[in-house]
Design a protein around this ligand. Structure first.
Ligand SMILES: [Zn+2]
Length: 198
């Protein structure tokens, strides 16, 4: 027996999400059918709204519903430090520790020759432009401790240091291969405090 088309399509849609295989997708699809119509409507609305209202900050690349984002607009944040992360969700993790008062820049990925991802595929040109017309004296590279994250940090250091700007890397209280987004606040705090120049 084949599923009715509406269910098959729903399963297909769920399967496009990361980490969802056909079994989970099928379970979610049947769960959705059992939800009352109002809840389904709310779910659909929140998907559309997130897609319509959220975009990337034109300065730092963070996800925001206002441009520039809240952090870039905040006059109390230190103009002299920029902390570079791979993904917007890394900013959320770092902001939770309430310790860092500088600004951010989101690369939207890391250098990965295997996947054909070069510097021009990342939000690097905007970072260099930012550095040229600001008083930044330190760029803290907080890419993950993966080989690609390390290579990206080295690439950025080579690019930025000749301009006389200090480039630092988070200390490895973070285990190799561990992701910023999953690190707890204490670990992140120690990693930021113990950062070293590269
Ligand atoms: Zn921003």
């Amino acid at each position: 027996m084949q599923y009715p088309e509406a269910i098959a399509k729903l399963i297909d849609s769920y399967m496009k999400l990361p980490g969802i295989g056909s079994k989970s997708a099928t379970r979610l699809a049947f769960y959705t059918i059992d939800m009352d119509e109002e809840a389904v409507q709310q779910f659909a609305d929140s998907l559309l709204r997130a897609k319509r209202d959220l975009h990337y900050c034109s300065i730092c690349g963070n996800i925001t519903d206002v441009d520039p984002c809240e952090i870039c607009r905040d006059p109390n944040r230190n103009q002299e430090q920029i902390l570079v992360v791979e993904q917007p969700k890394d900013i959320m993790a770092l902001e939770k520790m309430h310790d860092y008062q500088g600004r951010y820049h989101v690369l939207h990925g890391v250098l990965s020759p295997m996947d054909g991802k070069g510097p021009e595929d990342l939000n690097i040109a905007a970072l260099i432009k930012r550095l040229q017309k600001s008083d930044v004296n330190e760029v803290i590279v907080a890419t993950n401790a993966s080989p690609e994250g390390e290579a990206t940090a080295m690439y950025l250091a080579r690019l930025i240091k000749p301009a006389g700007i200090k480039v630092t890397r988070l200390a490895h209280g973070l285990a190799v291969g561990s992701d910023i987004e999953y690190a707890d606040e204490m670990t992140l705090q120690r990693a930021v405090e113990g950062r070293r120049e590269i």
